[in-house]
Design a protein around this ligand. Sequence first.
Ligand code: SF4
Length: 215
Amino acid sequence: MKKDNIPLFFATLQAANPTPETELEYATPFELLAAVLLSAQATDVGVNKATRKLFPVANTPQAILRLGVEGLEDYIKTIGLYRSKAKHLIETCRILVEKHGGEVPRTRAELEALPGVGRKTANVVLNVAFGEATIAVDTHIFRVSNRTGLAPGKTPLEVELKLEKRVPFEFRLHAHHWLILHGRYICVARTPKCWECAVAPFCDYKPKTPRPKSA
Ligand code: SF4
């Protein structure tokens, strides 16, 4: 993607959705951290279904510790990999209580030291809970960045570093959500819906998908 097109690409996504939000439901930084931990290889819809029952009962590290691994598993059984996620979340809660006074830490290093929290989860928490201009590269952002030529790269980290360089600062805070939502609903994995894509004029992908007869 030509450098001149990048501001136009983001301005177009912004015009359609000025203040995008995560589709995970949360009310506090801890609820967000817990939801993101549970969301690896699961859908946001599936995580929301479980946390709608879990959070009214336990939405602090202390309360989740009181549930214990088995008690927690009962609430998250419908989510893939729930056993290892329950273990990680309980361990994370223990560290939050012992080292951080029950609060979610605000630095990348402290977040990444929590069990089950990698760079991507840390980026989501820093961005969504604490308003930092980080970009967490998930499968959607990886695909959209490569396909459009916005920030091509072979690994999520390579894409992330390139996005940091290429995305103009005024779009950086929300870039994460615009790209995810664009990848989830328009620039979808199998056949991108180029015929209804507002950013098609700025995207390098060729040939563009024509409008199907049934659409
Ligand atoms: S034109 Fe097609 S490939 Fe490019 S961003 Fe839009 S949907 Fe994706």
